[in-house]
Write a protein that binds this ligand. Structure first.
Ligand code: PLP
Length: 422
């Protein structure tokens, strides 16, 4: 009794659609509605003052700092502006380099280039995140910051990354946008580096549609961030009072968060542990069931119990096998894909490969301060990352998945591996 693979004309394991991965948004409901209405009825949409200010952004910052385990948090209107503000606060600018992994999001590169600094690409390892050994090779006297991007739900190897960064005295910025709620040995992402950022955009683990939050326990980074995210001057916040002649008077980026998002963000943050718990549960079951599948090597998780759980990711022995397996799984109704479809890989970022300038004068590439920095980006620059990404496949695990959906994945993996169902 054997059942041919769907790709060979057999009956697929499932035909039902797969829910989209928008974890926070799928939990939108009555609480978010009430939070938004409360702000509208207060007629006070601005965080710093108004008719009857509710302090929602303050409350979101306090709650998020407590959740992550940092002294401070600062909400912004996007993950991108959180990146720009945090990098500016670290002193990134012309004549400096920032190390980013091969697998990340263009927002990381945007922020570096907008500050007229040079992005330096580094390899990833089997975590699909920054490879600590390769990172060590990329450090120069101009390296001002390292961005550890926790991609596709999973924390980068922070203990190893921090060991190298600390040796050189270089701050690490954790980009937690794709892994809110993930942890390593109980430490939540965003609390391990000098500074962290998270995006609250629609696709993320908790969401306000657009939004971001910076976390840090470093008072100077926090003070600078307040200036940059606002109008270039400080305000009294979170127990920090502004000295008469503030030492951080600078130029602002106008990236404050508003009260509507603050209110919804606060409700969403309360739902985050439940959403992550659901995703983590599915991921854990799948890793247990599929970990010994011949020809499949699961993505390395530094702390498997602390993953945010939004993806199952694995490697095949070759790119060709990965492609064939994915096609067969897709035919069975399981929407496995290449790592983020490709657009999160440096080799597909055409603006980077072509050194697209951010100013008419050709900066940052032509900026004289940057003359000593490497700035050639070719699609084959990082062969190890390319190979890993070619051999990797992943499957999103939205919180709405049922046990039956998870069973379907297990059945489809077994069927495709054996070449037939039973
Ligand atoms: C979503 C995302 C961002 C940017 O967030 P926006 O809020 O869309 O600006 C930054 N980094 C990573 C890794 C992301 O996934």
């Amino acid at each position: 009794m054997s059942d041919p693979l769907a790709i060979n004309g057999g009956v697929p394991v499932r035909t039902a659609s797969w829910p989209p991965l928008v974890p926070g948004a799928t939990a939108y409901g009555e609480e978010e509605r009430r939070a938004a209405i409360e702000v509208i009825e207060s007629q006070s949409p601005f965080r710093y003052y108004g008719e009857k200010p509710l302090g929602k952004v303050d409350k979101l910052e306090e709650a998020y700092a407590r959740y992550v385990g940092t002294r401070f948090a600062l909400a912004t209107h996007s993950g991108s502006t959180a990146l720009s503000v945090a990098l500016a606060a670290l002193g990134v600018g012309p004549g400096t380099e920032v190390i980013v992994p091969a697998f990340m999001w263009i927002a990381d590169v945007n922020a570096i280039v907008h500050l007229r600094a040079i992005p330096v690409l580094a390899e990833i390892d089997e975590t699909l995140n920054l490879d600590p050994d390769d990172l060590a090779q990329r450090i120069t006297p101009r390296t001002k910051a390292i961005i550890a991007v926790h991609m596709a739900g999973t924390a980068a190897d922070m203990p190893a990354i921090l060991a190298i960064a600390d040796q050189h005295g270089i701050p690490v910025l954790e980009d937690c946008s794709q892994a809110a709620g993930a942890m390593i040995e109980g430490q939540v992402v965003g609390s391990m580096g000098s500074v962290g950022i998270v995006s609250l955009q629609y696709n993320k683990n908790f969401t306000t549609g657009e939004g971001g939050i910076i976390t840090t326990s470093n008072e100077e980074i926090f003070r600078r961030s307040i200036c940059y995210h606002d109008m270039g001057f400080e305000r009294d916040m979170q127990g920090i009072s502004v000295p008469q002649d503030s030492p951080f008077e600078t130029w602002g980026m106008g990236a404050r968060m508003d009260e509507l998002r603050g209110a919804i963000g606060l409700v969403q943050l309360a739902k985050l542990p439940g959403l992550v718990g659901a995703m983590r549960g599915h991921q854990h079951r799948l890793r247990e069931a599929l970990g010994k599948t011949p020809g499949i090597h699961l993505r390395r998780l530094v702390d498997p119990t602390g993953d945010s759980g939004s993806y199952l990711a694995w490697f095949h022995d070759s790119a060709d096998l990965a492609e064939k397996f994915m096609d067969a799984l897709n035919a069975e109704g399981i929407p496995a894909s290449r790592p983020h479809g490709g657009i999160h890989q440096y080799r597909h970022m055409t603006n980077l490969l072509s050194n697209a300038p951010v100013t008419t004068e050709g900066c940052p590439w032509s900026c004289p301060y940057n003359a000593e920095s490497p700035m050639e980006y070719k699609a084959n620059l990082l062969p190890r990352s390319n190979q890993l990404l070619d051999k990797a496949r992943m499957l999103s695990l939205p919180p709405l998945l049922t046990d039956q959906d998870v069973n379907d994945v297990i059945r489809a993996f077994r069927k495709v591996t054996k070449g037939k169902g039973d």
